[in-house]
Design a protein around this ligand. Structure first.
Ligand code: ZN
Length: 239
């Protein structure tokens, strides 16, 4: 079985070196991982991982809504340059967080990411926390390919994402949700992506198989069948 971890912050792992984590993940069937950034400082590190192991690392560059107040001038030009330098790169993670104060600035920065996603035809990895109302004005502007990562919200929001053609990033947020089974049952199998969000939600990408086993139990679908479908979804998402 093959897996792709669609959301990891490898550059933030303090315990071990990146090459060791990638090797361990690979041995556990995790062929690729999308390495997402949160701030500009991350970009060079992710670029380096990608250059060393281009078969295993899919880079994603962006500014996370938690860090919009630390932005330097011309960040968007530098982001565009990184994206042009890495044609396989995705845009992530960016988005909106209603628990953080500077919502106006977040919106401005998010809109710029959406613009770049359209212009450069890249998938968008979205962080949406307490953002059901905030994201309302963006539904019709989102690029064709987007994922709401770490989903743990309500069924209504989930339905809206599906209706807009989005993918759902299934990770700890959803798997530990009291209504995990019900929420999962609303996601078309072709829209499931699986993510560790390591090192924050899980230790490392090697745990992706264990998470897939959980999904397979909840959905009552054989692991092999589910894994093959989710692997295809992930390839479709990053292509
Ligand atoms: Zn993340």
């Amino acid at each position: 079985m093959q897996f792709i971890d669609t959301h990891t912050h490898l550059q933030d792992d303090k315990s071990s070196n990146a090459t060791e984590i990638i090797r361990k993940a690979y041995m556990a069937g995790c062929q690729k991982m999308i390495c997402v950034s949160a701030k500009e400082d991350d970009w060079e590190k992710i670029a380096e991982f990608t250059n060393v192991l281009p078969e295993n690392i899919v880079p994603a560059f962006a500014i996370h809504p938690w860090y919009v107040s630390e932005l330097n001038d011309n960040w968007s030009e530098r982001l565009a340059m990184m994206l042009q330098k890495f044609p396989q790169a995705l845009i992530g993670e960016c988005g909106l967080d209603g628990l953080k104060p500077n919502v106006e600035k977040q919106k401005q920065v998010f809109a710029e990411h959406i613009r770049l996603a359209e212009e450069l035809k890249r998938p968008l990895i979205i962080h949406a926390v307490k953002a059901v109302a905030l994201i309302e004005e963006y539904w019709d502007k989102l690029p064709q390919k987007f994922v709401i990562h770490g989903y743990n919200g309500k069924v209504e929001f989930l339905k809206k994402i599906i209706q807009k053609g989005g993918y759902i990033g299934v990770g700890n947020g959803l798997l530990r949700h009291p209504q995990a089974q019900e929420l999962l049952s609303f996601i078309p199998l072709t829209k499931i992506l699986c993510e560790t969000d390591a090192p924050f939600q899980r230790e490392g990408s090697w745990q992706i198989k264990e998470m897939m086993e959980k999904i397979s139990n909840l959905l009552k679908i054989p692991l092999e069948q589910l894994s093959s479908q989710v692997y295809q979804n992930s390839l479709e998402f990053i292509k």
